[in-house]
Design a protein. Structure first.
Length: 427
């Protein structure tokens, strides 16, 4: 049986089929045809289950696709790819990889499996990309350039540099998405002043019973446009308060407690997810609109990098003064029979822990739930920027190597798809 290949367009067609089926269910139910409505409901549930599986698979491009694409890119560029983005920054469209890769120290955009260039720009000039997306087979994203010693940031829409804000001179963009040809995301208007953009409009203020009418927004994050409504978090007031926004609604309090700050905010099925703090005290996780104040009977003392995956808490959680990984709603305090002393960059990928954990005083990579103590036959002495791409180790490692004469030295390496891309001797 041939293996099923999934892409964004295929998932989109499945969603259209689900919506049509839902319409049939509503019409049948209103007509009082209960038996037929029940049959449609059962079929709809199965379609939704398969859609969830298909959608989740989009987040994990297969290893062979990365390997095939990187080999093609290196042949095209005549140079090695030395760094990859996080796994969730890549998209698969029509079976082709899209995102960005680092070549010669610069992030280059990849559309339909190939590095693309902007017409009129020298490919060897100093510019790089982020927030890269394939829309209609064309490059969309953000380009950063240096012209005459000055940093300049521009938007790229449908493969061309776009001047969408002719009267404003914005300094940077992030979380950029074009929806129906309109810009969404965040824009930097001054030092540390990030503002939301929804449907092409910069949102500079919002009405609030706490702050008063038309209170200026001075910062924001995790901004998304979901069905035409703003989601994420915004900062307002003096002293500054960071509060969630779910479906255009600013949440000043949660469970009758005043929110002072928040982060990792995500709207999932209309419910708040991420973390919140009350009165600038402990940062506490929120999953599916439920506040989590303890795990395994232990009081939570802080959290970061919180994600809701399949309705369970994932991220980095502090208990008893120690940072521990949280995976599928469970705290992990040991790995390979050894106590975890600290952790960072924790992510749940296909139900398994990935990131960095400290054991025996050394920060070591964890890929697919496995502790990596040795790499390329050498002991790992440190790690940073570790992430799992296509099921492989990516990031930077310090290795203890030995010369032919028996002397130890430290080598710094960069790893791409589980293989050494760059190696430098330090000591």
């Amino acid at each position: 049986m041939a293996k099923k290949t999934l892409d964004c367009q295929a998932v989109g067609k499945n969603l259209d089929a689900i919506l049509k089926r839902k319409g049939q269910f509503d019409v049948t139910l209103e007509a009082g045809q209960l038996d037929e409505a029940k049959d449609i409901e059962v079929a709809l549930e199965k379609m939704l289950e398969q859609f969830e599986v298909d959608f989740n698979m989009l987040r994990f491009p297969e290893r062979h696709l990365f390997e095939q694409t990187i080999a093609s890119i290196e042949a095209q560029a005549g140079s090695k790819v030395t760094e990859l983005d996080r796994y969730d920054k890549y998209e698969v469209v029509d079976g082709q990889l899209n995102g960005r890769v680092k070549i010669k120290g610069v992030w280059r955009p990849v559309i339909n499996g190939r590095v693309v260039e902007i017409e009129g720009l020298d490919p060897e000039s100093n510019y790089g990309f982020h927030d890269v997306h394939n829309i209609g087979g064309k490059l969309n994203g953000v380009i950063k350039m240096t012209i005459e010693g000055r940093p300049i940031v521009k938007l790229v829409f449908e493969g061309q540099i776009a001047d969408l804000f002719k009267t404003e001179n914005y300094e940077d963009y992030r979380n950029v998405r074009f929806i129906n040809g309109k810009l969404n995301g965040e824009v930097l208007t001054g030092i540390s002043t990030w503002l939301p953009i929804k449907d092409g409009e910069v949102i500079k203020s919002t009405s609030s019973p706490m702050f008063g009418d038309e209170t200026p927004i001075v910062t924001c994050g995790n901004i998304e446009n979901i069905n035409g409504k703003l989601n994420g978090w915004i900062g307002q007031g003096q002293p500054l308060r960071l509060t969630p926004v779910i479906n255009d609604q600013v949440m000043l309090d949660f469970q009758r407690r005043t929110i002072s700050r928040c982060g990792n905010i995500k709207n999932i099925n209309g419910q708040l997810n991420g973390w919140v703090s009350f009165d600038n005290e402990v940062d506490l996780p929120v999953i599916n609109g439920e506040l989590i104040e303890s795990m395994h009977g232990k009081k939570i003392e802080g959290c970061t990098d919180i994600e809701n995956i399949d309705g369970r808490l994932n991220g980095r959680v502090m208990v008893d003064g120690k940072w521990l990984p949280g995976i599928i709603g469970e705290l992990i305090d040991q790995i390979s029979g050894r106590a975890i002393e600290d952790c960072e960059n924790i992510r749940n990928i296909k139900g398994k822990m990935n990131g960095i954990v400290q054991v025996g005083g050394i920060g070591l990579p964890v890929i697919n739930g496995e502790l990596v103590e040795y790499f390329d036959g050498a002991r790992v002495l440190g790690a940073k920027n570790i992430h799992n791409v296509g099921g492989t180790l990516n990031g930077e490692l310090d290795l203890r190597r030995t010369t032919d004469a028996g002397a130890d030295f430290i080598a710094e390496i960069k790893v791409v798809l589980g293989k050494i891309a760059i190696e430098n001797d330090v000591l």
